[in-house]
Design a protein around this ligand. Structure first.
Ligand code: IVH
Length: 683
């Protein structure tokens, strides 16, 4: 770790012996080495803080010497370029798909078929490699002389889309294959799957408005790869697993060996593949991962079996769609039977009515389920669902289980049709069903208590203005008593008014006012998100705050102007225009202004206290509310430092769930250990 042990090296050493070119090259190598240690090997040697410092040094140098900037520089991973359209590219050879089966019997038939076909070719012994099937998006990467020159989606198999800029932001995609760059290897193609870890999927969804959440990590991945703003793609933190390599001169003819080569070149190849000499080993592998897979940080929906001998791949060939030398076994979705007791109707912050099934509690894929969204009435109709029906619920890629069908032959005598409510369950206003929409909706935007409550809770949520003392029950009371008609009214509440609420002492009332006071210091970007404009999530709010750095410019922007902002399409642009043309907007704006909320980007950034000054903090185990990066930022903003290993000098260890050896060590050394909740309250 030479670079770090020589502080300030780069700028000073350049003047004497090292040229900027050499320094930059060294920095790049060092950064990519740490990248690999962190993302592929999961054995980081640097804290996030120190890593960021290296990257900042590199970026600064590249700014100073723009002629030395190369597309394979790790500085390119932070993104920033905007791609307006993704041009089509031809694949060098078709990207095939796999034939699927849900039956282990069919897997056995597949193995026997392969054996038979190969016997005709005079090949006796055959082995299979079993890999996990990653639930993501297939892509192809092209390296020329070891440098990543092109990355493309599969598309229709022959022609895909060029998404190189977006793929460069994925830390587990090497931008440069050192071994090949030196040997001048020519063109090499690597294929694999881009996927999203469960933790990142949940974080991303939390930053999206309810109406636009992704159903599963695969959809989130597909959506993210097609974003125009590569900086936003970088924030999605996707991963890549490589399973195919073609074009190396000394290419081995064993698939297993090629996986090892990919790994040596710096790719993540999945930690769990294995060689299976026969059907029993294949069945073992399938059985083992059917349960173990729930513990993985990413989703896998099955097992892929491939012939190990690549020479035989050619012998067997492919059908129009899939090769004959491989098959995908898919795990059946986890299902459970239960009873639909009732359907309730929720009113969202935008007035949308969502039917929600209340179910007899049932255990599925490790958790108890008693509720599930039915989305809308088209869905109820499609399912032919009636009250008191026996139903099957299923958990597959989705995090939340859904009702997949009824069991009509077991329909009880008291089954009743599920009818859409004619009026809003909250304010009794007759419902409407806008043309071309699948949902009913309550048109009483301004007065409906459920909509007001939804808007206020959204405004106060963690990713918006982050007013933690404003919980569900409190907001419910504030709205019911007519103390507030929208988020801006929060800032005009008096202590005496709060004191009239149930279970509210002087102290809690003051806490709430204090939290509101503090929220005035949040950023303009957060405020834009907090307004709850339809389809405007955190990422869109960020883009908007850059394109229109004050609310005055934003409310005057035309639909055409808005549509030029990256990742804002016609639907979002229309929704923004609609929001600012509502009759109630001028008075809301006036209230926001007199409440002193941040209405432009130039207003002071979020102020945070420095109560972690001098404290070194270590995170271990999984945190429920933050990912590591966010948690580290929170500590650093407050003056603390984040470290990667425990010693006597560590100030504090934050232990999440499944904390292991580091927690043990901390306890042994007598280092202060706190839970995530305690950490949160310290913030
Ligand atoms: S091999 C010609 N290996 O699943 C063979 N595919 O349902 C190319 N997938 O198209 C694919 N994990 O997108 C292979 N370990 C793995 C995989 C994998 C996921 C995807 C891939 C494929 C699809 C087939």
């Amino acid at each position: 770790m030479g670079i770090l042990s020589r502080p300030k090296t780069f700028f000073s050493s350049m003047t004497d012996s090292t040229s900027p070119r050499e320094t930059i090259t060294q920095l790049r190598r060092e950064i990519e080495r740490h990248n690999h240690l962190y993302y592929v090997e999961a054995k980081p040697e640097l804290t996030d803080f120190d890593f960021d410092r290296l990257l900042e040094q590199l970026i600064a140098l590249e700014r100073q010497f723009p002629e030395l900037l190369l597309p394979d520089s790790p500085s390119q991973r932070v993104g920033g370029s905007i791609t307006k359209a993704f041009p089509p590219v031809q694949h060098r050879e078709p990207m095939l798909s796999l034939s699927n089966t849900y039956s282990t019997l069919e897997v056995e038939e597949f193995v026997n078929r392969v054996k038979k076909l190969l016997l005709l070719e005079g090949v006796e012994e055959q082995e299979m490699v079993a890999e996990l099937k990653f639930d993501g998006v297939a892509i192809s990467l092209l390296y020329r002389d070891g440098i990543l020159v092109r990355g493309a989606t599969r598309g229709d198999g022959r022609q895909g889309d060029d998404i190189t800029a977006n793929l460069r932001t994925i830390p587990t995609i090497p931008l440069r294959l050192n071994a090949l760059a030196e040997s001048g290897e020519g063109e090499v193609e690597v294929r694999g799957e881009v996927f999203m870890r469960k933790e990142d999927f949940e974080r991303i969804n939390e930053n999206r408005p309810e109406e636009d959440r992704f159903a599963n990590p695969r959809n989130a991945t597909a959506g993210s790869l097609k974003l125009q703003d590569s900086a936003e793609v970088a924030r999605r933190r996707m991963c890549f697993v490589a399973y195919y390599l073609k074009g190396l001169h000394d290419e081995s003819t064993a698939h297993l060996r090629r996986l090892a080569l990919l790994s040596q070149l710096g790719f993540f190849t999945g930690d769990h593949y294995r060689l299976c000499p026969g059907v029993p080993e294949i069945n073992d592998f399938i059985a083992r991962w059917s349960e173990e897979r729930w513990k993985l940080p990413y989703e896998t929906d099955g097992v892929v079996l491939k012939l190990n001998d690549v020479v035989c791949w050619q012998k067997l060939g492919a059908t129009a769609k899939s090769p004959r030398w491989a098959i995908a076994y898919k795990y059946p979705a986890q299902q459970a039977r239960t009873v639909l007791h009732n359907v309730i109707f929720q009113v969202g912050r935008l007035g949308t009515i969502t039917p929600v099934a209340e179910l007899e509690p049932v255990l599925i894929a490790g958790s108890t389920v008693s509720r599930s969204t039915l989305h809308n009435f088209d869905e109820i109709e499609r399912l032919g669902l009636m009250l008191h029906d026996r139903v099957i619920i299923e958990k597959s890629g989705e995090v939340i289980p859904k009702v997949v069908r009824t069991i009509p032959e077991e329909r009880p005598a008291d089954a009743e049709p599920i009818l859409p409510p004619s009026s809003c369950p909250s304010c009794q206003t007759p419902l409407v069903r806008p043309e071309n929409e699948v949902s009913y909706s309550c048109p009483n935007e301004e007065e409906c208590p459920a909509q007001i409550k939804g808007r206020v809770l959204h405004f106060a949520s963690r990713n918006a203005m982050d007013i933690q003392t404003l919980g569900d029950a409190l907001v419910e009371q504030l709205v019911a008593k007519g103390l507030i008609k929208g988020p801006a009214d929060l800032y005009f509440l008096q202590e005496e008014e709060l004191a009239t609420l149930d279970r509210m002492g002087k102290k809690s009332a003051q806490n709430i006012l204090g939290a509101l006071e503090k929220s005035r210091e949040k950023s303009y970007e957060r405020l834009l998100y907090a307004l709850g404009i339809r389809h405007v999530g955190r990422a869109t709010a960020r883009e908007l705050s850059q394109a229109c750095p004050s609310i005055d410019t934003l409310q005057q922007a035309t639909e055409e102007q808005l549509a030029t902002v990256p990742d804002i399409g016609p639907v979002v642009a229309r929704s923004i225009i609609d929001y600012f043309s509502r009759g109630s907007w001028p008075s809301l704006l006036a209230k926001l202004r007199s409440a002193g909320l941040p209405l432009s980007a130039s207003e002071p950034k979020e102020q945070v206290n420095k109560n972690f000054e001098g404290l070194t903090v270590l995170f271990t185990g999984a945190l429920a509310h933050y990912d590591r990066q966010q948690a580290a930022e929170l500590v650093m903003e407050r003056g603390g430092r984040v470290v990667g290993s425990v010693s006597k000098k560590t100030g504090m260890v934050v232990a999440g769930s499944d904390a292991g050896s580091k927690l043990q060590k901390a306890l042994k050394l007598g280092v202060r250990v706190v839970t995530e909740d305690e950490f949160e309250s310290m913030l």
